[in-house]
Design a protein around this ligand. Structure first.
Ligand code: 13P
Length: 252
């Protein structure tokens, strides 16, 4: 049975001092939650990762990085490699977030290299993709999503998909308070699973966790998570508040 996942993308929020407080609060807020087939992940910024790994050891919370460079090492000022993440105990990396695509020029080509590097280093990838508002308004959203997935993931061998978690994040729903309706999320998630089913077979497609991201809050989480092809969420704003994040975990 595929895993359910609630992941918090902290983006460029929280100093180390604030991160320490939030992790403490999170541990308190999630104490006693019975997780059934569910993983909980947080993704603080690079400089807070090592501390987060240390403080969450032996608990239910796992730690992911928000990004990574595709090269092994070298003259890439300001970048972080797979080895650097692994060495501090980070085993999961978010790749392809729309903010990386929009503000930092991440494109399918570099994302393919990043995915390959991550897979080759036994890192798990939370691969983000999603359409812009104008794509949806022009009814192009299925085409866009299909291209984003095919261009970056479909060269992988079926067994590498065990290291891939998908996160569908419609860009128009990120940080806007505008959530895709639960039905819109289900419609897209079923479409995505169908693409993987066509390429890799139904059995493999059914093992892939597909998360929804975009203005998930305690008030809407339960309805979104109730859909059969929605296997959890990638949470931005609401993951910065321990009680809200715990409420979203409880909703799964
Ligand atoms: P919000 O939950 O703040 O809309 O952000 C979603 C997101 O981008 C998670 O990666």
């Amino acid at each position: 049975m595929r895993k359910k996942i609630v992941a918090g993308n902290w983006k460029m929020n929280k100093t180390l001092t604030e991160s320490k407080v939030l992790i403490k609060e999170l541990k308190k807020a999630t104490k006693g939650i019975k997780l059934k087939n569910t993983r909980v992940i947080i993704a603080p910024c690079y400089v807070n990762l090592q501390h987060a790994v240390k403080k969450t050891k032996n608990g239910i919370i796992e730690v992911a990085s928000q990004n990574m460079h595709q090269a092994t090492s070298g003259a890439y000022t300001g970048e972080v490699s797979a080895d650097m993440l692994l060495d501090i105990g980070v085993k999961t990396v978010i790749l392809g977030h729309s903010e990386r695509r929009d503000h930092f020029g991440e494109i399918d080509g570099s994302l393919t290299e990043k995915v390959n590097t991550a897979i080759g280093n036994n890192l798990e990838v939370i691969f983000c993709f999603g359409e812009q508002l104008e794509d949806r308004e022009a009814n192009n959203h299925f085409k866009i999503i299909e291209a984003q997935l095919k261009n970056v993931l479909f060269h992988l061998e079926a067994n590498s998909l065990q290291q891939i978690v998908l996160a569908y994040e419609p860009v128009w729903a990120i940080g806007t308070g505008k959530t895709a309706s639960a039905d819109q999320a289900q419609e897209m998630h079923a479409f995505i699973r169908g693409l993987f089913s066509e390429k890799y077979g139904t059995e493999t497609a059914n093992t892939i966790s597909i998360l929804y991201g975009g203005s998930v809050k305690p008030a809407n989480a339960e309805e979104i998570f109730s859909k059969p092809d929605v296997d959890g969420g990638l949470i931005g704003g609401a993951s910065l508040n321990a009680n809200d994040f715990a409420a979203i975990i409880k909703a799964i």
